[in-house]
Structure formats: structure tokens, C-alpha cells
Design a protein around this ligand. Structure first.
Ligand SMILES: CC(C)(COP(=O)(O)OP(=O)(O)OC[C@H]1O[C@@H](n2cnc3c(N)ncnc32)[C@H](O)[C@@H]1OP(=O)(O)O)[C@@H](O)C(=O)NCCC(=O)NCCS
Length: 167
């Protein structure tokens, strides 16, 4: 069976054993508990076991998949299935926002997804997420809506919007 280039890159990297720690460190500060979007450690670990799941981490200085010991500021998790890539979760520490790290990870994801044979990337976000402007400037367009899909910590429901990008 041919090696998966992204998994190979991850396993060859000195940061591999710290990947879950890095993701969780960002997770704890990047996601507002109001929205219930953060994943727990078990969800991250389980996702990373799957060969179709891919992760990009970025340092505070903007280096993608930096050497061990770097100051990690963000991560992006995605899943590849049948010619499509789903952006599962992206987060950047609040102290590192607005510096282009989120955009850089999505641009890397586009290149990686193309290398994996994807022709489309899609993602789903809650209706009021300010990340929408980032997604739109990259070219994502809304393609669907799931009414009242998310249940918030206060019990309210919020629509999920699906965005797609042909690559
Ligand atoms: C979405 C997120 C990853 C963007 O990371 P980032 O490194 O700040 O993104 P960039 O610097 O590349 O781009 C920022 C742009 O996106 C927009 N944007 C993204 N998140 C925003 C936010 N929370 N508030 C306001 N604008 C935001 C702005 O238009 C900004 O444009 P500007 O640089 O011209 O001002 C980050 O805000 C984050 O971690 N948010 C919380 C987690 C989340 O909601 N993730 C997405 C759903 S899974």
C-alpha cells in the first residue's frame, strides 16, 4: 500500500509524540465554551488514529509543522474522503490571532488536499462565527444550511452553515 504523504510527514516529524498535547494546548484557549465546539483529548486522539485524518500545526512565528520545542499557536484538523477534504476544526490562540496564521494553515490544507487528490474542500460552521469572513476571503461559498444543528451550552440552538471550495 502506498504511503500517505501527510501521515508520513507527521510520523517523521520530531513533534509527533507531542501532537495531541499541542492541539489540546491551543484548544483550551481558542474555543469559547459558549459554543461547545472544542473537542476533548479523547476525540482528538481517536481522530488522529484514523489514516484519513490530517493535522497541520503552526508556530507563533508562522512555521508550518515546526520542529519540536517550538511555540505552537494553532492547528487545523481535516479528513479526506473520496476526493473531498473536510476541514474539521481550526483554532489559533487568541494571543496570535489576526497575524495570518489561520489563513496560512488553510492555504497549506488546500495544497495538501490537492496532493491527496481532493477536488473540493468543505467545512461546517455555526451561523454567527466571525471566521466566516476568513473563509469567504479564501473563496469558500455557502452551499447549505442545517437549521438548529448546534446546541449551545445555554440550551439554545443555532444553524450550521456548510461552505464549499473547489480546488
Ligand atoms: C478562525 C481563526 C482560526 C482565525 O485565525 P487567525 O489566525 O486569527 O486568522 P487570520 O489572521 O489568518 O485571518 C483573520 C481574518 O479572519 C477574520 N476573522 C477570523 N476570526 C475572527 C474573529 N474571531 N473575529 C473577527 N474576525 C475574525 C478577520 O476578517 C481577519 O481578517 P483581517 O486579518 O483582515 O482582520 C481564529 O479566529 C480562531 O481560532 N477562532 C476560534 C475558533 C473558531 O471559531 N474556529 C473556527 C470554527 S472551527
Amino acid at each position: 500500500m502506498a504511503a500517505n504523504p501527510m501521515q508520513s510527514r507527521l510520523h517523521e516529524s520530531p513533534i509527533v509524540k507531542d501532537t495531541v498535547d499541542h492541539i489540546m494546548e491551543v484548544m483550551e484557549t481558542a474555543f469559547d465554551p459558549t459554543w461547545g465546539e472544542a473537542w476533548n483529548r479523547r476525540q482528538v486522539s481517536d481522530a488522529l488514529i484514523m489514516p484519513t485524518t490530517h493535522v497541520i500545526v503552526i508556530s507563533a512565528s508562522g512555521i508550518i509543522d515546526p520542529p519540536s520545542g517550538s511555540d505552537i499557536a494553532g492547528f487545523c484538523l481535516s479528513r479526506h474522503t473520496a476526493g473531498e477534504e473536510e476541514l474539521l476544526l481550526i483554532g489559533v490562540k487568541p494571543t496570535s490571532r489576526g497575524a495570518g496564521l489561520g489563513r496560512k494553515m488553510i492555504e497549506q490544507l488546500i495544497r495538501d488536499a490537492q496532493a491527496r487528490g481532493a477536488i473540493r474542500i468543505y467545512l461546517e460552521m455555526r451561523a454567527n462565527n466571525p471566521a466566516e469572513s476568513l473563509y469567504r476571503t479564501i473563496g469558500f461559498q455557502p452551499i447549505g444550511k442545517r437549521p438548529k444543528y448546534y446546541r449551545l451550552s445555554n440550551g439554545e440552538r443555532m444553524d450550521a452553515i456548510t461552505f464549499g471550495l473547489s480546488i
